[in-house]
Design a protein around this ligand. Structure first.
Ligand code: P6P
Length: 340
């Protein structure tokens, strides 16, 4: 089939954004360009990830990131790709990343815009060297003080996000995106270099028989999680009267992508090991964008007690407990927390 014929069946990311703008008048030209630039950065990151041991960014550095985690060479490369791809567009005032302690002000050599971009450039790094799917997570907020943005400018509730998305670098390279009007999935056509709309308006089933949690932490969990997970392990012999399946990829975007397509619940609870630490995952550039996507697809996302998108952030890199996915299951485990 000729490329032109092929393309006649395809809706590209660009066409989708223009159609969304016509429908909802919600995607300004600035935002359109920003999403396109983000999608280009994801394409580039996906290329380097796919190179594996053949690439020049394979393996670990001898450096730790701000969280004391050994940085992979691809972590640093992915972070720089995001900065370079997004700093010139004139639509951002500043950026923030899991890989950077402070915020990144758009250099004076470029015009500043009215949005803020937050990202985890490569989530699931522990899987990089063993060829397991990993991803990039991003979130866009409006900036009220674009001339002199500070860390405080970023500290907005997740419900203020205007765009959220992630890329999964796996057997396919996928881009999942919401602008507040549902969730759409694009698959990278590597020959054309185009993001093609392959799954329109994804919806998460309310019910599920599949859960995702790192069960090696079981002895540290607090009672509500102990109860919720043990009821699923009891299966048809227990109070749930149904058997459950378990998955844990240790790459949030991959577990979330599965949940978006077939339902499930993903959990990373706080536990007794560090009572003062609310969880492992980061609120601003992991939990918030994923929670926005999950809710836009009909799912639910809480920290065990409160809706994640309602949380008032206190700092850029703060952590949060996460329970997200099929609404009826998230509601159940949240009820167990609220009952105490
Ligand atoms: P654990 C990856 O480091 C990550 O932030 C998420 O992508 C993933 O779900 C989780 O941590 C895995 O954590 O403790 O199972 O290695």
């Amino acid at each position: 089939m000729e490329a032109t014929q092929l393309m006649s069946h395809y809706i590209t990311l660009t066409q989708h954004l223009i159609e969304e703008q016509r429908k909802h008048n919600s995607i300004t030209a600035d935002l359109c360009l920003l999403i396109e630039a983000i999608s280009h950065a994801c394409k580039l990151i996906g290329y380097h990830v796919s190179r594996g041991a053949l690439g020049e960014a394979y393996g670990s550095t001898d450096r730790e990131n701000i969280h004391g985690e050994i940085q992979k060479k691809l972590d640093i490369l992915s972070n720089n790709i995001f900065l370079t791809a997004n700093e010139w567009g004139g639509n951002l005032a500043a950026m923030a990343s899991e890989e950077m302690e402070g915020i990144y002000l758009i250099p004076d050599s470029f015009p500043r815009g009215n949005y803020l971009l937050l990202f985890d450039p490569l989530d699931g790094s522990s899987n990089i060297d063993v060829n397991v799917s990993i991803g990039t997570i991003f979130s866009v907020l409006r900036c009220s003080d674009s001339r002199t943005p500070t860390e405080q400018s970023f500290l907005q509730q997740g419900s203020h996000q205007v765009v959220a998305g992630y890329a999964v670098y796996g057997p396919q390279t996928s881009l999942v995106l919401t602008t507040g009007y549902g969730v759409n999935c694009f698959t990278l056509d590597r020959e054309l270099g185009s993001w093609i709309l392959t799954h329109r308006d994804l919806r998460i089933p309310l019910e599920t028989r599949e859960y995702a949690i790192n069960s090696s932490n079981q002895r540290h969990w607090y009672t509500p999680v102990q109860r919720y997970v043990s009821e699923m392990i009891d299966g048809a012999d227990g109070t749930r009267k149904a058997d459950f399946n378990m998955r844990w990829i240790a790459s949030m975007v991959s577990d979330v992508h599965r949940i978006l397509h077939r339902g499930g619940i993903f959990m990373y609870p706080a536990d007794k090991r560090m009572p003062r630490r609310p969880g492992k995952l980061r609120l601003m550039y992991e939990a918030n964008p994923i929670a926005f996507i999950i809710e836009q697809a009909g799912g639910a996302a809480t920290n065990g007690k409160n809706r994640i998108l309602d949380i008032y952030p206190q700092s850029l890199h703060e952590r949060v407990a996460v329970f997200l996915g099929s609404k009826n299951e998230v509601d159940r485990v949240t009820r167990y927390h609220l009952k105490g």
